[in-house]
Ligand binder design. Structure first.
Ligand code: ADP
Length: 497
């Protein structure tokens, strides 16, 4: 896998974000803990030194410039305390001259500049208020030193300087160990954390890869394949079920397209076969001009049917892909219904079918395309006439239903069996034997597809109810244009003023 693709991978990115977050968290924790430990150790060192200073005040007495420790020599505790106090100890007289000094104090250098302190300087520092400082002996061991002014028991005017020190090597070592531990453990923890992140991200993403692999196997020819759900009822199962539903919808569309291609080829093949037969018969058997003419006329009729199918299909495809722009304008539906029904009166008379229309007096205006509405009504009426035998009845009704216009075209014709009803609006769907498809009276099976599209394009709907042997009823609903209320009109006038 190329590096770029690898670093862009979800697994890498998850691990990287996890690693960065974990590193920052560990570093922050290490700094916080180290800071807290250092401050605690410092406090404890200062407290210990203050305790020693308090004890010094109890034991060290100066009489006429001569310092001495006064304590119970038989008390081991006191003896131990005094010996501890005298381990790192310095006494300067009022002129800064060393009176008493232990060798370990003499070896101390003051931090941080590591300069060797002269007694004079220590005296000046103490007198200027310095109480505590850090120092280091020749071997580098750290010490905490505390100094102060001392008085004389008999000569109150004399002021001396005293300093004692205490080793803080143990606490420093403790802090150092903690730091080393941090530097050792933190990188290890980061590496372990990253590995854990990589492993967890891999486990979490495995089902995604499985889904992708299953999806790769699905193609146009095996759309019946489904990705098995894992049964975990988690987000991935939800993704899988959504994906499966999408494949189901695609499968339906593919089946419809396949069926449509079969239907189209069938519809076009039948007239072509007939034309070919007619022309071949004429070529081999016709002898007179009359016979040739008959063959050509009948072929032309079939060619006309072919071009009707192609024209209707083209228009329907354009309509369904939104390429037909409706020319909508306020349209009086009652007038259109009356006009179109009138056009069917003569054919109805010829077929001995009683045609009636009822539109009411109320004007029903819809924002609609006149040509398409007329086409819809013509299709419904011509079907009703075609499927109603002599002596039957065809009724057209138009009425208001809430904010819609309801157009009903019903007949007392042959009716449609219930199992055909769900497919009646599909392209090329016709009730009856396929063998009759060649008959010239037989329709194209596209009329109701147009009706459904026209109703939908006007934000309306079409439904069918039918009982074989009794008749069929098509109910179209179209939204009416909103009628401006008197209040709105006033508002309009007011606005225009
Ligand atoms: P066609 O051009 O065949 O009429 P349509 O799409 O208009 O195509 O109609 C499809 C089929 O629906 C018809 O072939 C017919 O079987 C059935 N059909 C439509 N209208 C009626 C009706 N009023 N009565 C009975 N059957 C009908």
């Amino acid at each position: 896998m190329p590096v770029r693709r690898f670093t862009r991978g979800l697994r890498f990115q998850l691990t990287a974000s996890y690693g960065v977050f974990f590193t920052l968290l560990l570093l922050a924790l290490a700094f916080i803990f180290r800071g807290a430990l250092a401050s605690n150790i410092n406090d404890e060192n200062n407290a210990n030194l203050s305790e020693d200073w308090g004890a010094l005040k109890g034991y060290l007495k100066v009489e006429h410039g001569k310092p001495d420790f006064f304590y119970d020599h038989d008390d081991p505790d006191e003896a131990a305390t005094v010996s501890r106090l005298r381990r790192v100890y310095l006494f300067l007289d009022e002129r800064g001259k060393v009176v008493q000094e232990t060798p370990s104090f003499d070896s101390l250098t003051i931090l941080p500049a590591s300069h060797v302190p002269t007694p004079e300087r220590i005296r000046r520092d103490i007198q200027s208020g310095l109480v505590s400082w850090e120092a280091r002996d020749e071997e580098g061991h750290p010490y905490q030193v505390r100094g102060g002014i001392w008085g004389d028991a008999y000569e109150p005017n004399r002021r001396y300087c005293v300093a004692i020190g205490r080793s803080i090597a143990y606490s420093r070592t403790l802090l150092q160990h903690f730091t080393w531990l941090c530097w050792g453990v933190v990188p290890l923890a980061i590496v372990a954390g990253c590995w854990l992140g990589w492993f967890t991200a891999g486990r979490a993403l495995t089902p995604v890869l499985q889904v992708a692999r299953s999806a790769q196997r699905i193609s146009g020819s095996n759309l019946s394949l489904r990705i098995p759900a894992r049964g975990a009822h988690d987000e991935l199962d939800y993704l899988i079920s959504t994906f499966n539903q999408m494949i189901g919808r695609l499968e339906n569309s593919f089946t419809q397209i396949r069926q449509f291609s079969i239907d189209v080829s069938h519809e076009l093949r039948t007239p072509i076969t007939i034309i070919r037969g007619q022309l071949e018969v004429a070529l081999f058997t016709a002898q007179t001009a009359e016979q040739y003419r008959d063959a050509i006329v009948s072929s032309l009729q079939d060619i006309e049917r072919l071009s009707q199918i192609v024209r209707a299909l083209l228009l329907l495809s354009q309509a369904e892909t939104g390429q037909v722009v409706l020319q909508k304008s306020p349209l009086d539906l009652a007038a259109v219904v009356k006009d179109i029904t009138e056009q069917f009166e003569i054919p109805a008379e010829g077929a001995q079918v009683h045609l009636s229309v009822s539109v009411g007096d109320e004007p029903l205006t819809a924002d609609a395309d006149r040509v398409q509405i007329e086409r819809m009504l013509s299709n419904l009426l011509s079907n009703a006439m075609k499927f109603t035998p002599e002596g039957g009845e065809v009724r057209v009704k138009l009425a208001r239903r809430d904010n819609d216009a309801e157009l009903i075209v019903e007949d007392t014709g042959v009716g449609i069996p219930a199992d055909h009803l769900p497919h009646i609006f599909d392209r090329f769907y016709r009730v009856g034997s396929p063998s009759a498809s060649a008959s010239p009276e037989r329709g194209l099976g596209l009329g109701l597809s147009f009706v459904a599209w026209i109703a939908k394009a006007h934000n309306g709907s079409v439904n069918v109810e039918s009982e074989p042997g009794k008749g069929t009823r098509f109910i179209v609903r179209l939204p009416l244009s909103p009628v401006p209320s008197p209040g709105n009109e006033q508002n309009l006038i007011a606005t225009h003023d």
